[in-house]
Write a protein that binds this ligand. Structure first.
Ligand code: ZN
Length: 307
């Protein structure tokens, strides 16, 4: 097992074999003690007890008292307990607010990930991605017919043309390009520029592309730099909504930056000394991503000579 990053490390048994039996799933959906992970408008229900943050699981029994109409998805089991997930976005505010007692609150999943344990972070990535995939695939992409959930949420079958649709994971490469004592960081338009953070360059793997080819293309598109010697470092599930970040290091073959102004606000070479200061939060001119993000670990591993 390689480096274990936040949103990975979920120890649940995903019940891939058992969930093929619909009757068996029906029984799980009747378990009043089943623990349900609750989302509302992409935020997760947590309990914040004096800054000790944990997922607030609701029993299925408790949830059914709030609404009988909700759809549930089976996430898996651990230590004899069943884990489900459900989304409350369509309920009225009054019903949702019934859950907001005793320091319970809805927070965005990235913020939650920063505070939750490894196991609970992993539970978020599986449950949030599965939930959002189901919600966004309630109609068939082939004939437009309604789809019906199967295998507890691991398939949706079209009621009209009978096509089965399966959950997707979108692969994204993220690469730290290095050149001796310098590394290449960029600031994309959007979230990173608002926070004035520089990060490793990233992009979706295109269809028909290997990881190495995607790295070379993305780095060339975003910075104008040619790379070689692409080395895999670690991966990280990223549930926004269902990506897999594939972290790599690569060596620069060329040095002159010519960045894509459509996508990037800035791309620069940074010296290792500046990077180490930034990692320690001591650089007023440069901020890098925090430890929740794989970019942090790619940068750190290079700065401290681990790769
Ligand atoms: Zn169809």
């Amino acid at each position: 097992m390689g480096k274990l990053l936040k949103f990975a490390g979920n120890k649940l048994n995903r019940l891939e074999v058992e969930r093929r039996e619909e009757e068996w799933i029906e029984q799980k959906f009747k378990d009043p003690k089943a623990k349900v992970i609750i989302y509302c408008k992409s935020k997760i229900l947590i309990n914040n007890n004096n800054h000790k943050v944990s997922i607030k699981f609701i029993s299925l029994d408790q949830l059914k008292k709030i609404s009988e109409k909700l759809e549930y998805y089976l996430i898996g089991s651990l230590d004899g307990e069943t884990y489900l997930t459900s989304d409350l976005s369509k309920l009225d505010e009054k019903s949702v607010n019934l859950l907001l007692t005793n320091n319970n609150e809805f927070i965005d999943c990235r913020t939650a990930g920063e505070s939750l344990s490894q196991q609970e972070g992993g539970l978020i990535s599986q449950s949030k991605s599965q939930l959002e995939w189901n919600i966004k695939n309630s109609f068939c992409g082939i004939c437009g017919g309604k789809t019906k959930v199967g295998r507890g949420g691991q398939v949706r079958k079209c009621l009209k043309c009978k096509t089965e649709h399966f959950p997707r994971t979108d692969p994204v490469i993220i690469t730290l390009v290095v050149n001796g004592d310098y590394c290449l960081l960029g600031q994309s338009k959007g979230r990173l520029s608002r926070l004035n953070i520089y990060s490793a360059l990233a992009g979706f793997i295109d269809q028909g592309e290997s990881i190495e080819e995607a790295v070379a293309r993305e780095i060339m598109e975003e910075s104008g730099i040619e790379v070689e010697d692409v080395k895999y470092y670690a991966s990280q599930p990223w549930p926004f909504p269902w990506s897999l970040m594939i972290g790599c290091h690569a060596k620069a073959k060329t040095k002159n930056i010519n960045y894509d102004e459509y996508e990037m606000l800035s791309v620069k070479w940074f010296h290792k000394d500046e990077i180490i200061k930034a990692l320690n939060g001591e650089n007023n001119n440069l901020s890098v991503p925090g430890s929740i993000a794989i970019a942090h670990h790619l940068i750190k591993a290079w700065a401290y000579g681990e790769v």
